[in-house]
Design a protein around this ligand. Structure first.
Ligand code: HEM
Ligand SMILES: *[C@@H]1O[C@H](CO)[C@@H](O)[C@H](O)[C@H]1NC(C)=O
Ligand SMILES: *[C@@H]1O[C@H](CO)[C@@H](O)[C@H](O)[C@H]1NC(C)=O
Ligand SMILES: *[C@@H]1O[C@H](CO)[C@@H](O)[C@H](O)[C@H]1NC(C)=O
Length: 319
């Protein structure tokens, strides 16, 4: 008993630390204030998918770029305005899109429960439904984030780049307190749907300097799609472009990762990510379980909770 008492202060400190990492989000956060929020979001995402195959891909990418810069606080959504230099000026955010869908979701929610649901939580819920509607897993979305009143352009300059090698990608995941192997590989699996413009991979297509980690048959196809001056959109997953499945990983095994930052997960000699790619390629359920957990991990990054920040009325602007 005496030794347990002596241990108590340590236990208390450990609980505080765990508390600050998981930041008090909860899957029941809106149960009394906006009980139908999840199905409202799902409904608007479904609607958006009817006219835009990429709608879900756009939304989850926004959530990723939000969470990696000062945590999931809706900062990526802010336009230039008084006191705010938008993060959209960063290279990593060049061409990022989906803001209109976020506005539609926000409008649908404000109709039913005004002033209650944050834009940061909208991105988390929209990501969860986007993945699920494309055939991927579901999970209990953790909620209760507040919207920030700042943006961080310099932080956005540090977003992972398609030209980063594996050691830089791993360092950027560690920098935000994510796991640099399992979270990195699982979350990169989001490239099982959506598109990339040619500028992000066309240096791999130089015939006088062939990329040894790029499948030559696939490279020929890409050259057709990416003729000079045509910054076309190309499927990130050439096998099943709009379906959330394990084919991103089987593609890597046949050197058909589109971006260098995709292929390095499998083609960097001796890397600890290779065996993870192989297990996700051979078991979709292992991928889905890991992906759901990694999305919760990413969604937990540094959220504002309690009475910090605000609930934005317009996701693109401070109140
Ligand atoms: C690991 C480092 C990552 C890098 C270097 C990277 C880079 C990129 C690039 C260059 C594009 C194409 C953008 C364009 O042409 O406009 C893209 C698209 C996309 N990314 Fe990533 N990404 C990474 C991780 C992630 C993560 C963690 C997620 C989500 C969990 C994600 C989701 C997506 C989706 C869904 C698209 C397609 C978007 C669309 O069709 O509009 N990416 N990514
Ligand atoms: C919840 O929202 C969905 C989608 O908008 C709608 O179909 C359903 O009737 C709503 N349920 C309640 C109880 O409001
Ligand atoms: C293609 O690769 C060659 C050889 O490395 C290089 O000299 C040339 O500049 C490259 N072309 C382009 C368009 O990058
Ligand atoms: C290249 O991709 C094709 C499928 O398009 C595959 O059959 C072949 O094995 C791949 N080659 C290599 C070297 O991975």
């Amino acid at each position: 008993m005496a030794s347990f008492k002596a241990f108590m202060p340590f236990l208390f400190v450990v609980c505080l630390m765990v508390g600050s990492v998981s930041a008090q989000l909860s899957s029941t956060f809106y149960d009394t204030t906006c009980p139908n929020v999840s199905s409202i979001v799902r409904g608007v995402v479904e609607q958006a998918l009817r006219s835009d195959d990429r709608a879900g891909a756009k939304l989850i990418r926004l959530h990723f770029h939000d969470c990696f810069v000062d945590g999931c606080d809706g900062s990526v959504l802010l336009e230039d305005q008084d006191g705010i230099v938008s993060e959209l000026g960063a290279n990593g955010n060049d061409g990022i899109t989906g803001f209109n869908i976020v506005n539609d979701i926000k409008a649908a929610i404000e109709n039913v429960c005004p002033g209650v649901v944050s834009c940061a939580d909208i991105l988390a819920l929209a990501s969860r439904h986007s993945v699920n509607l494309a055939g991927g897993p579901g999970w209990e979305t953790q909620l209760g984030r507040r919207d920030g009143r700042t943006a961080n352009l310099n932080g956005a300059m540090e977003l992972p780049s398609p030209f980063d090698d594996l050691s830089v990608l791993r360092r950027k995941f560690r920098d935000v307190q994510l796991d640099d192997t399992t979270d990195l590989v699982a979350l990169s699996g989001a490239h099982t749907f959506g598109r990339s413009r040619c500028r992000f991979f066309d240096r791999r297509l130089n015939t006088s300097n062939p990329d040894p980690t790029l499948n030559s048959t696939y490279a020929d196809q890409l050259r057709e799609n990416c003729q000079p001056g045509r910054d076309t959109f190309v499927n990130l997953d050439p096998t099943t472009p709009d379906t959330f499945d394990r084919n991103y990983f089987t593609n890597l095994q046949s050197n058909r990762g589109l971006l260098e930052s995709d292929q390095v997960l499998f083609s960097t000699s001796g890397a600890p990510t290779i065996s993870i790619v192989n297990s996700f390629a051979s078991s979709q359920s292992q991928f889905f379980t890991a992906f759901a957990q990694s999305m919760i991990n990413m969604g937990n990054l540094g959220p504002l909770t309690g009475s910090t920040g605000e609930i934005r009325t317009n996701c693109r602007r401070l109140n």
